[in-house]
Write a protein that binds this ligand. Structure first.
Ligand SMILES: CC(C)(COP(=O)(O)OP(=O)(O)OC[C@H]1O[C@@H](n2cnc3c(N)ncnc32)[C@H](O)[C@@H]1OP(=O)(O)O)[C@@H](O)C(=O)NCCC(=O)NCCS
Length: 278
């Protein structure tokens, strides 16, 4: 039986080894996806005595009151050896007073239940080859000086701030907006991820606006693999996506440990950044 690994911070030098671990559990993160996560979040690794990486976890501080946990992956040869639990214990300690959110896989559910997480919703990935766009009247590319408004809209929709994340995503990908004069009413970021593109976050005033923003991106990604993570409450959007080549996968619970965030009114989140970042 191998001795218990040491839990220590992950940095950019670990991105390739971390990518190898997430590939081993069946996820499609590229090294670049890991580098982006490490630039905006806090990484933890489980290291054997010889320095080999056996487990990963990222957590993303969203203001003083919330954090999101993801990319929890343990070397399949070492499952059920306590590494996942050790990574989670360290993340909970490092996050201090923050409430922690995550989206659970089937494999992780018992661990999170045991740690006091409870389900507050569900999310499902829509993945497929984009086969048509949709009406996208009023949608245009964002300008660099739109960034503060994008971060403010995202924070209003979620009930906690993610300014550093939104800035990193906007720099990594491209952003489409709906504006009324100088005021931005909704936006959708599209960026490379894994073997294709991800559309998200999508923040909009209503479902029609969300479809126009997503339709704008689907028209530009026609014939390519696209992923969009849509919370369960947006059933109409889910059906609309399925009709465009992006069927809905199985639902995964959105869980919280601590007080659940209170979303704002007037603007809603229609698609996540990802299951790992919320
Ligand atoms: C989910 C995951 C991270 C859990 O990691 P892990 O290191 O296997 O988890 P742990 O060993 O800490 O705990 C898992 C189970 O092993 C058990 N366990 C822990 N130490 C053990 C030991 N020495 N002997 C036998 N079982 C043990 C735990 O009790 C737990 O069992 P239970 O869930 O039936 O109660 C891992 O299965 C994984 O990488 N899965 C694929 C990726 C994934 O789904 N990640 C979660 C994303 S949200």
């Amino acid at each position: 039986m191998p001795s218990a690994p040491t839990i220590a911070p992950l940095g950019p030098d670990h991105a390739a080894a971390a990518r190898d671990l997430t590939t081993a559990v069946g996820w499609s993160h590229r090294r670049e996806d890991w580098l982006l996560a490490l630039a905006v979040g806090r990484g933890l690794g489980a290291f054997d005595g010889d320095g080999a990486l056996r487990g990963t976890l990222m957590w993303f501080p969203y203001g003083a009151a919330f954090g999101f946990v993801g990319m929890i992956a343990v070397d399949p040869a070492r499952h059920r050896g306590g590494i996942g639990a050790a990574l989670m214990a360290r993340a909970i300690e490092d996050a201090g007073e923050r409430a922690l959110l995550l989206i659970s896989t089937v494999a992780g559910r018992r661990l999170y239940d045991r740690l006091g997480f409870r389900a507050i919703g569900a999310n499902a990935a829509h993945v497929g080859i984009a086969d048509k766009g949709g009406p996208s009247d009023g949608v245009s590319p964002a300008r660099p000086d739109d960034l503060p408004q994008l971060a403010a809209l995202d924070g209003a929709a979620l009930g906690y701030p993610r300014d550093a994340l939104i800035a990193a995503l906007a720099a990594d990908g491209e952003t489409a907006v709906v504006r009324d004069g100088e005021a931005i009413e909704g936006f959708a970021i599209c960026r490379r991820f894994g073997a294709g593109h991800v559309i998200g976050p999508v923040v909009a005033a209503d479902p029609g606006q969300a479809c126009r923003l997503i339709g704008w991106w689907l028209a530009r990604r026609r014939g390519e693999t696209v992923r969009i993570d849509v919370p369960a409450e947006h059933a109409d959007l889910a059906a609309w996506l399925a009709a465009r080549g992006l069927p809905r996968g199985g639902e995964s619970p959105i869980m919280v440990r601590g007080a659940a965030p209170v979303s704002g009114t007037g603007v809603q989140r229609f698609a996540l950044v990802s299951q790992a970042m919320g």
